[in-house]
Every structure is written in C-alpha cells, then in structure tokens.
Design a binder for this molecule. Sequence first.
Ligand code: DC
Length: 231
Amino acid sequence: MAKKLIVAIDGPSGAGKSTLSKALAKKIGYTNIDTGAMYRAVALLARRRQIAAADEQGLQRLCSELRIKFVREADLERVFINGEDVSQAIRTPELSLLTAKVAACPAVREALVFLQRQMGEAGGVVLEGRDIGTVVFPQAEVKFFLSATAEERGRRRYEELRGKGIDVDLQQTIAEVKERDTADSAREHAPLKRAEDAINIDSTKLSIDEVLVEMLRVIVEREQRTTAVTE
Ligand code: DC
C-alpha cells in the first residue's frame, strides 16, 4: 500500500491554496487542514474579547483555551471554535487584516504550530498555509509553493467576495492583498518564504484543474517512490 504522506501547500493569499488543497485532499482521500482558518479563529476571538494584537500574554491565554474543529459536510468545510460555527465570521476583509497582525505574534504561532503537528504527524494530510514546508513540517514528503501576481490574486478575492454578496471594491481588494503580503513576508517570526525543496507553481495563467493535475502527478510519483524505499 502507498505510504500516507504529508503534503504542504504554502504561498501568498489568493493563489488558490484553499480550493486546491480541498480538491487535492478529496481526490486522494487525505485530510485537509486549513491552517489560515486557525489563525483567523484566534483573531476573531481576540476581537470579541478585545485583546489587542500586541498583547502577547492575552493572546497566549486565549490560544490555551482554543478548541478548534474542522467538520466536513459534502463539499462544505466548517470551522468550529469552542463549539460555535465561525465559518462565515472568519472570512470578512476586516478580520483578514487583523489576522495578519495576530499571526505575527510568536506565542500564537507556537501554540498553533503545536496543534498542527499533532493533527498532521500521522500523515495522510494536506496542510495549507505559509510556513508548513519551512517550519511546521520541514520533513514533509511533498511541498508546493503556489503563487500568482498580486493583481490576479486580488481579482480572484474580489470575485469570491462579490459572489458571497459582500460589497467590495476591486482596487481596494488588490491593495489589501498587497498589504497582507507585506505583513506576511516581512514579519520576524516564520515569514512567508518558499522552502528550498518546494515545487514552485505559478497559477496566474493556470486553471484550478491544470494545477490539480500537476499536483496529483507529483504526489503519485512521491507515493510510489516513498513506498519503494520503505518496502
Ligand atoms: O490563508 P489565509 O488567508 O486564511 O490566512 C490568514 C492569515 O493567517 C494570513 O495573514 C496569513 C496567516 N497565516 C500564517 O501566518 N501562517 C499560516 N500557516 C497560515 C496563515
């Protein structure tokens, strides 16, 4: 039997990571772990409890109380924190900006990386985020770095939000994507960075299906190679 691998998908926001990791996990029967949703959940709780992004102790306490659960229903993936379905509440543009700030806090990163390792160490997982291949699972058998131009990523985010009935402006959305890129790449702790051994995929001109085919090809090859080595 093919060995169950750890698949890491990193890259900036709007490159297609969420869609692709969900589709990929479904196709190969792996569990999908959306680590961005975990940072978003911490940001949502912090906002509700009026804990500032700079209050490291407050955020650390909050993380220790965090009970996060992913529930899959057909094609829908819901996120629960402490029993409440927050799937919609964590996706607003304002919360995205706050999340980038909260994600810069070392105590938050430490707590969430610990949880992510627990969830993924047995393999058979696709984890999507910013630091999966560099920090969370540097030993992952498959690493992808998925990117696209900021304009294209902003346009995609704009379409997605409009599709959900959220009224946003295209230029403003592109500006927010760039702002988050800067926050994610310039932060001191675990900045967004391509792992040296990650496979780079630029999705600017590719459809979801084209990227999916390429990812599947790599995974099948790695599964076979890993199985051959361990047999
Ligand atoms: O992927 P996303 O847009 O849901 O991520 C939300 C924020 O969390 C984004 O600012 C980057 C940050 N993040 C992170 O720092 N590390 C991760 N592994 C995942 C997300």
